[in-house]
Ligand binder design. Sequence first.
Ligand code: NAD
Length: 294
Amino acid sequence: MKIGFIGLGIMGKPMVKNLLGAGHEVCAYDIVKDSVDDVVAAGAVAAASIADVARGCKLVITMLPNGPEVKEVVLGGLLGSMAQGSIIVDMSSIAPGVAQEIHAACAAKGIAMLDAPVSGGEPKAIDGTLSIMVGGDGAIFDEVKDVLGAMGASVVHCGDIGAGNTTKLANQIIVALNIAAVSEAFMLSTRAGVDPARVFDAIKGGLAGSTVMNAKVPMILDGNFNPGFKLDLHIKDLANALDTGHAVDSPLLFTTAVMEVMKKLRDEGMGQNDHSVIATYYEKLTGTNIRAGV
Ligand code: NAD
């Protein structure tokens, strides 16, 4: 199938490569030309514009930073040129309410839309083993499920439009709190004089072990905060979670606390670092470097 793909960042590039690997033809677009060149070298076709993608493809996937960019690309671009009966799958992480708004504008033009954000980060985007959580019409989900399967190990239909992003917000709360818990716990062990690498070895297979711990503790111990998943993007996700929590009257006590930590780090210029940089907040509080010990 010929697939349009817009948004070739940390996640979009490897996702396109997995679509190509599964035998799909991909017509790719990004405002950054180097990113387009990267996927063209892997076999994709470069699109000259968003309208070019829209005209050539019945299925278009978007993988953009947040709601405003998705609105700009879909409402201000794709909808002007896509044929009736086409399908847009937005795989960006955006607010559920914005996904519903974009879906309504698509429906008015006879175009179907699903929200299908992902979890797993760059390593799983590269391996094609993302967890993909989908909201929208069940028949459209059935049509695109195999295409999504080329990028993910699991593709789950979570409910109506917006349900994919609601699921993603739950995921992002758990990841943020887990990184904060890991940071707090590893600082405690370091301050108490126990080698954090041994703590990791001892507990990673037990109840506290997690995908987050396995991915982030080695980064914290190496002092390597290259993204990965940028702190700025996680702040965006928690802002969407807090807005949604207020809208549905669901208390987000610990999410609020971690958000304050993240914003402080962003204000100190760390927004482009991996979100595991949360650990450095504890390092500043204590004057202790987790990786180097007390
Ligand atoms: P990124 O910033 O690396 O990539 C975004 C891409 O969108 C960039 O290449 C940018 O040039 C492009 N873009 C922005 N505006 C555009 C426009 N108007 N037209 C065309 N292209 C445009 O971000 P990413 O890390 O790839 O994340 C993308 C989405 O996936 C975000 O919503 C993020 O929250 C989510 N996500 C990221 C990760 C991760 O680990 N990086 C994991 C899960 C989900």
